[in-house]
Write a protein that binds this ligand. Structure first.
Ligand code: SF4
Length: 374
């Protein structure tokens, strides 16, 4: 647990970006496609952007509700510096209303309900370096809604040679998209289903803006990204829906974007539905590979398909067990047998040595955060 000495003195309120004033003291937030029109003293749908005196403020700035070190494979990212640790953080709130949310204790909290420590951007970077993490992930709740904080972390991270990772539902407006993603090195976008009906009823949002974000990532940025599709029995796991999703990925993004099919477990308001059967994931993966996708993975099940295989000569390139790398045969990002370049970001290629903490910084971080046990 994070122990911080002066959190009471640290402000969590910070002037927001991506808003405009409206008549009667209201404000319009256009950070995400929900486009909240927020009255004086009220917060938007996500709980952490509020109108005070006719100005929009972000409430969770520098107050993460969750801090942890994860394997990068847990995000999941299988083609981004495999086997490395990623310093991961999230705040309170969310801009979607998924009834199956698996992090609902923080995503459905307001800032004043979440146990949040004060960790300014430069300290996030120092803690990542101190814990041997070459990258920082914005995750657990939806990072778009605390974009002001994450951008400041990215600026400090890049100065120190660290990479940045966004784990997102993709619900962001085109007005904010480049402001955020020009600071991001890799992303996993949760494509929760492939019907507007599911997005409307189960997540209280819309499908089309998510598809637009994914297309923008592909065609307008250099961000490495992978896609996750959580299959929920009876809601979004029909073979026809999976087929439509796979065809969309192929036609709009090409065969090289990794796709992760992951298993649902009962949580939050959806405890009456059974876990996803492994057979459902196997069938979805088989369909995607047969359609022509090159890298298709399974997650959240024991013995799920997590290995990376060369799509040209079928050589096993990276063998995984859960989130652990058991063997990595890639040579300079290529298949050692046929030489095919495997898309992704690989150790040693374009990766700078992260900065080290000076003795003074080390002492300051130790004094402030103690023996942070992550
Ligand atoms: S970021 Fe929050 S306040 Fe802004 S439009 Fe989205 S849900 Fe509303």
């Amino acid at each position: 647990m994070l122990a911080v000495k002066d959190s009471a003195q640290a402000p969590s309120i910070h002037e927001a970006r991506w808003w405009e004033p409206e008549s009667g003291g209201r404000v319009h937030c256009y950070l995400c496609p929900r486009h909240c029109h927020i009255g004086e003293g009220q917060a938007g749908f996500c709980f952490i952007r509020a109108n005070h005196g006719g100005k929009l403020y972000t409430l969770g700035y520098a107050h993460p509700a969750a801090l942890q070190i994860d394997p990068i494979e847990k995000k999941p990212l299988n083609h981004f510096y495999p086997g490395t640790r990623v310093f991961s953080l999230g705040t309170a709130g969310c801009n979607l209303g998924c009834s199956f949310c698996q992090n609902w204790d923080i995503s459905k909290s307001r800032m004043d309900q979440a146990a949040a420590a004060y960790v300014p951007p430069e300290d996030v970077v120092r803690l990542a370096i101190r814990n041997g993490c070459p990258s920082i992930a914005f995750t657990y709740n939806e990072p778009t809604i605390w974009a002001e904080y994450l951008i400041d972390i990215c600026l400090a991270a890049h100065e120190s040679g660290l990479k940045t990772v966004m784990v997102s539902n993709g619900y962001i407006t085109h007005e904010a998209f480049h402001d955020v993603y020009r600071h991001i090195d890799a992303a996993n976008i949760d494509l929760k289903a492939f019907t507007e009906d599911f997005y409307g009823r189960i997540t209280l949002s819309h499908l089309q803006p998510v598809l637009e974000t994914i297309e923008r990532l592909k065609h307008e940025t250099k961000v490495w990204f992978e896609i996750t599709n959580l299959l929920i029995p009876g809601l979004n796991d029909a073979p026809s829906e999976t087929h439509a999703l796979v065809e969309w990925v192929l036609n709009h993004l090409g065969p090289d974007v990794p796709l992760h099919f992951t298993a649902f477990h009962p949580d939050f308001k959806m405890r009456d539905r059974s876990r996803t059967l492994p057979e459902t994931l196997h069938a979805a993966r088989k369909m995607a590979l047969a359609a022509g996708l090159h890298y298709v993975y399974e997650g959240n099940i024991r013995d799920g398909a997590g290995d990376t295989v060369c799509p040209s000569c079928r050589m096993l390139l990276i063998r995984r067990s859960w989130f652990a790398i058991e063997a990595n045969h890639l040579h300079n990002g290529c298949c050692p047998r046929c030489g095919l370049e495997i898309p992704g970001r690989w150790p040693g290629i374009g990766q700078k040595e992260p900065a080290r903490l000076s003795p003074h910084e080390e002492a300051a971080v130790a004094e402030r955060y103690g023996d942070l046990n992550l």
